[in-house]
Design a protein around this ligand. Structure first.
Ligand SMILES: Cc1cc2nc3c(=O)[nH]c(=O)nc-3n(C[C@H](O)[C@H](O)[C@H](O)COP(=O)(O)O)c2cc1C
Ligand SMILES: CCCCC(=O)C(=O)O
Length: 369
């Protein structure tokens, strides 16, 4: 196994005491093109900031004099055991962060008993990542206008050991990340999107105006898909389906009625600016789903107390978008592992200080919104 530690000395990674320290290391390792792609949100980035602010506003109501000599953070998602309710959200193009790209992320997820969600737009083919993740991965689908191609990706994902299909529903078009428009974000020539297109096809995408990615995605993605079409998707794969990008009780009810699990997300503030934070959307969704489906959340999770608050309010697990990317940029597999470990340790301590020794003890009474 190659371990590239290109930019961050091992000491600096070891000395990182929180995810903000790792973010600083990750940012320092990236060039402007990659950094702006990872960091940006849509338009004025209100939702991007609000995802964090909402967690901070919520206050904890800790219980005391509980035996917390042994705190157990373990849980499961769709039957897959996890060391803690922390997974990795799908993000495109891990090759911008590190030469080991998605392979490093997958190995980290496996090593830490977590789960990685592999983006349709990975720089590494599904099969390679599947081998590294050893069953600890879900596949994220962007439905392409070419349905046969979409179907083929689902078959490949299942054959590679994916345990669920994460169907992203908040991005018929990409949101406008203005800094990417201004600086014409483009995928470097050495990286491809092998699940989706040949390098030649990518090279032909117009780069003279705006973000190459937004231009490319506009032609590729299916924008016609509705709730009625979910029956079609259901027929294409036996995997459990998770709808990623749900923000309202109304849509959560529809998701549950269609037999889907619910991933509460505003895409890290990259799609509809001023959309509600995922943490604030969570309670009405938990109420509406009423136990019919599993509920996950992403957006702004960087502290153990964030994990605790989301789980207390009914999320089965939370997922890391940028936090995982900063770890990957900082030090490849080691960096992602360190990110997961630090957050899990913070979560364990937060549980202990809340008087909760088991995941089942995390209830809404611990949180004042
Ligand atoms: C650089 C980047 C690329 C992303 N690519 C995808 C993607 O390919 N598919 C997808 O469903 N979501 C994608 N997302 C959204 C993430 O899955 C997730 O919803 C979001 O990053 C969570 O917010 P956080 O970054 O604050 O943790 C991407 C996010 C970022 C930052
Ligand atoms: C065409 C890849 C889209 C990736 C994505 O979802 C994002 O940049 O937020």
């Amino acid at each position: 196994m190659t371990l590239h530690n290109l930019n961050t000395p091992g000491d600096a990674l070891r000395d990182a005491v929180n995810l903000a320290d790792i973010e600083a290391l990750g940012r320092a390792a990236l060039d402007r093109n990659a950094l702006e792609y990872y960091a940006s949100g849509a338009n004025d980035e209100h939702t991007l900031r609000e995802n964090r602010a909402a967690f901070t506003r919520a206050r904890l109501r800790p219980r005391v004099l509980v035996d917390v000599s042994g705190v157990d953070t373990r849980t499961s998602v769709l039957g897959l055991p996890l060391s803690s309710p922390i997974g990795i959200a799908p993000s495109a193009f891990h090759g911008l962060a590190h030469p080991d790209a998605e392979r490093a992320t997958a190995r980290a997820a496996h090593a830490r008993d977590s789960v990685m969600t592999l983006s349709t737009f990975s720089n590494t083919p599904i099969e390679t990542v599947g081998a590294d993740a050893q069953g600890r991965f879900w596949f994220q689908l962007y439905l392409l206008r070419d349905r046969a191609h979409s179907r083929a990706m689902l078959d490949r994902a299942q054959a590679a050991g994916a345990r669920a299909l994460v169907f992203t529903v908040d991005a018929p078009y990409l949101g406008r990340r203005e800094v990417n428009e201004r600086h014409r974000f483009a995928l470097p020539a050495h990286l491809g999107a092998p699940n989706v297109a040949s390098r030649d096809a990518l090279a032909q995408v117009e780069t003279d105006s705006g973000s190459q990615l937004a231009n490319y995605f506009r032609d590729l993605a299916d924008k016609t898909f509705t709730w009625h079409d979910l029956a079609w998707l259901r027929e294409q794969t036996p995997l459990p389906i998770i709808l990623k990008g749900i923000l309202t009780a109304e849509d959560a009810v529809l998701a549950a009625e269609h037999g889907c699990h619910v991933w509460v997300s505003n895409h890290g503030g990259r799609q509809l600016d001023t959309a509600i934070s995922s943490f604030e959307a969570l309670p009405e969704i938990v109420d509406a789903v009423a136990g019919r489906s599993e509920i996950y959340l992403d957006g702004g999770v960087t502290r153990g107390t964030d994990v605790l608050k989301a789980v207390a309010l009914g999320a089965r697990a939370v997922f890391l978008g940028r936090a995982a990317l900063w770890g990957l940029a900082a030090a490849g597999q080691n960096g992602v592992e360190r990110t997961l470990t630090l957050l899990e340790d913070e979560f364990r301590l937060a549980m202990a200080l809340c008087g909760a020794a088991r995941i089942e003890h995390l209830t809404p009474a611990l949180v004042r919104l």
